[in-house]
Design a protein. Structure first.
Lengths: 216, 288
C-alpha cells in the first residue's frame, strides 16, 4: 500500500485524448498520485529517462505495440508498467493486452475511480482484473465455455469418438439402448450439438475426449 | 448387372422413389418406415408411429474396416428390424436428408427393390399434421437374405482410377462437396493440413455440383430444376456417371436424384469419397 509519506508513482499519459487525460490526471492527483505527466508521445523516452523511478505508462491500445518496441531497446523499459487505454476491450481484449505485456486495461467509459485503481495497481506491479474475467477464469473446466461433464459422460463421448456404438455403450453402462439414447440426447444438447458428429467435434475442441481432460 | 436394377417394365404399382407426407399418411399401414439419422437420438425423442430407428454410423457402416455395412451385417440389421425383402420401406430423417438417402443407396446396393424416401423428412410429416410417438416399437425378427452387392451402383478406388479418372466423355465425375472444398480452399476441420495425410482439391475432370443445390429446405427441388442442374454439369443421356463427396453422405443425395428421380441408367457411387481419394499417394489431383 502506498502511504502519504512516500511520493506517488510517476504516471505518464501518452497520446491519451485531451479531455479524458485531463479528467484522469485530476482523479489520479486526488488519489495521491501527484506526479502525472501528459505527453503526445514525441518526447516519451526522454521523459521516462529523466525520472529514474518506476512509472506507469498509459497508452492507447493502437499505439501500444510501437511504444513497447521502443521501450524494449531502452534501459527504462524494465521499470515501466504499461496500461492500455482500450474502449470496450471485453474479456478477449483484456487477455490480449495482458498477453502483450500490459499490467492493466483502462476502459474510458468506466468510472474514473476504477481507472485510478487500475493505474495504481499497475504501479504496484499488480493487475486489476474485471469481475467478468475472474468469473470466466473461475469456471471449473479447462476451456472456457465447455460444459462440466461427469467422468462417465466423458467416457461415453470417448467411446463414441473411438467408433463405439450406442448399443455397446448401453451394455457397458447397464442401460437399455433407449435410455442410453435419451441420456446421449441430453449430453449432445449440453454440448450445444444437435447430432453425434457435432457433439464429437465440440467435445474434441474442448479437449473432452482426452484421457484425464476436463477434470471433475 | 442389369438384373439388379428396378425392372423398367415393372407394373404400374411400382413404388415411387420420393413420397410426400400426405402419401405416407394414406399408406402408413402398407409400408415399413425407417428413421435414419446420424444416430438414433432424434428417433427416441419422438418418431413416426410404428417406425424403427437406423443409425448411419452404427448400423450402415462397417465396424472395423471402412466402407458400407457388409452383406452379413446388412442381413442381420434388416432381420432384426423385421424387414422382409418384399416390404415397401420408406426412409426418412429428422435431420439432414442425406442420412435417409445414404440408407436408400445401401438398400439398393443390396438389391432391395421397394424403396421410397420421405420428401422433407420428419419435419414435413409433422408439418402435415402427422403425429409422433415415443413408445418403443416391438417387431418380430425376420430372416432377410440378399444376393449380395449390386456392382452397378458402387465403384471402388481401383476401378475409379483405371476406368474413370482422366477418361473422356461420356464419363462424368460429379463432386458434390461445397465449391470451397472442391476448389481446395478449405480443409475439413478434421484434417491436419501440415501432415498432408489428405490433400485439398478434387478428382481431375470432375464437375462440382454442391449437394445443397438439389434441395429446397429439406425437400428435393422440382425435377425440372434437377434436370437443369445436372445438364449444366454436362450430363447427357449417354453419360457414365460417378458421384462422390467426402464420406458418402452428401453424394447419396446426388446418387438418389440422378439414379432414382431422373432415372439416369448409369450412376455409380464412389463411397471412398475425398476422405479416401485425397489420401491416396501418387494419384492425379486438381486444384481450383
Amino acid at each position: 500500500m502506498s502511504t502519504s509519506a512516500r511520493p506517488g508513482p510517476l504516471v505518464v499519459l501518452s497520446g491519451v485524448p485531451e479531455v479524458y487525460g485531463h479528467g484522469l490526471a485530476h482523479a489520479l492527483s486526488a488519489a495521491g498520485a501527484h506526479r502525472v505527466v501528459r505527453t503526445d508521445g514525441e518526447d516519451l523516452l526522454e521523459l521516462l529517462t529523466e525520472h529514474p523511478a518506476p512509472a506507469v505508462l498509459v497508452v492507447p491500445e493502437a499505439a501500444a505495440e510501437e511504444v513497447r518496441s521502443a521501450l524494449r531497446g531502452s534501459p527504462v523499459g524494465e521499470r515501466v508498467a504499461l496500461v492500455h487505454l482500450a474502449p470496450g476491450a471485453g474479456r478477449d481484449g483484456f487477455v490480449g493486452a495482458v498477453r502483450a505485456g500490459a499490467l492493466g486495461v483502462l476502459d474510458p467509459d468506466a468510472e474514473l475511480e476504477t481507472a485510478v485503481e487500475v493505474v495504481l495497481s499497475a504501479a504496484a506491479g499488480r493487475v486489476l482484473v474485471p469481475r467478468t474475467l475472474v468469473e470466466s477464469l473461475a469456471e471449473p473446466v479447462g476451456s472456457a465455455g465447455a460444459p462440466q461433464l461427469a467422468e462417465h459422460e466423458r467416457e461415453w463421448l470417448r467411446m463414441l469418438g473411438q467408433g463405439g456404438t450406442v448399443a455397446a455403450i448401453a451394455r457397458s453402462a447397464s442401460y437399455s439402448e433407449r435410455e442410453m439414447y435419451r441420456l446421449l440426447a441430453k449430453l449432445y444438447r449440453r454440448l450445444g450439438a444437435e447430432t453425434r458428429t457435432q457433439a464429437l467435434l465440440r467435445a474434441a475442441d474442448w479437449g473432452l475426449l482426452d484421457e484425464g481432460g476436463n477434470g471433475p | 448387372m442389369s438384373s439388379w436394377r428396378a425392372d423398367p417394365a415393372a407394373p404400374a404399382e411400382a413404388v415411387l422413389p420420393l413420397v410426400d407426407a400426405r402419401w405416407l399418411q394414406a399408406h402408413r399401414d402398407a409400408v415399413v418406415v425407417l428413421q435414419v439419422d446420424d444416430d438414433a437420438t432424434p428417433y427416441h425423442a419422438g418418431h413416426l408411429p410404428g417406425s424403427l430407428p437406423l443409425s448411419t454410423y452404427d448400423d450402415l457402416h462397417e465396424r472395423v474396416r471402412r466402407g458400407p455395412v457388409s452383406r452379413q451385417g446388412f442381413e442381420r440389421l434388416m432381420s432384426a428390424l423385421g424387414v422382409g425383402v418384399d416390404d415397401h420401406v420408406v426412409l426418412c430423417s429428422a435431420g439432414s436428408p442425406s442420412h435417409a438417402a445414404y440408407a436408400f443407396w445401401v438398400m439398393r446396393l443390396y438389391g432391395h427393390r421397394r424403396l421410397s424416401l420421405l420428401d422433407g423428412g420428419l419435419p414435413a410429416w409433422t408439418a402435415a399434421g402427422g403425429e409422433l410417438e415415443d413408445a418403443p416399437v416391438v417387431v418380430a425378427a425376420a430372416d432377410y437374405r440378399t444376393p449380395g452387392r449390386d456392382p452397378s451402383v458402387i465403384v471402388g478406388r481401383d476401378e475409379l482410377l483405371t476406368r474413370y479418372v482422366g477418361a473422356p466423355d461420356p464419363v462424368l465425375i460429379l463432386d458434390c462437396r461445397t465449391e470451397a472444398e472442391y476448389e481446395g480452399h478449405v480443409q475439413h476441420q478434421l484434417d491436419v493440413v501440415a501432415e498432408r495425410h489428405r490433400v485439398p482439391g478434387h478428382i481431375p475432370g470432375s464437375r462440382n455440383l454442391p449437394s445443397g443445390e438439389l434441395l429446397e429446405g429439406r425437400a428435393f427441388a422440382p425435377l425440372e430444376r434437377l434436370r437443369t442442374l445436372f445438364a449444366d454439369r454436362g450430363l447427357t443421356a449417354g453419360s457414365d456417371v460417378v458421384v462422390y463427396c467426402r464420406v458418402a453422405d452428401r453424394s447419396s443425395l446426388l446418387w438418389f436424384a440422378l439414379a432414382e428421380l431422373l432415372q439416369h441408367p448409369r450412376v455409380r457411387h464412389y463411397v471412398g469419397g475425398w476422405a479416401e481419394y485425397g489420401s491416396l499417394v501418387d494419384v492425379p489431383v486438381e486444384l481450383h
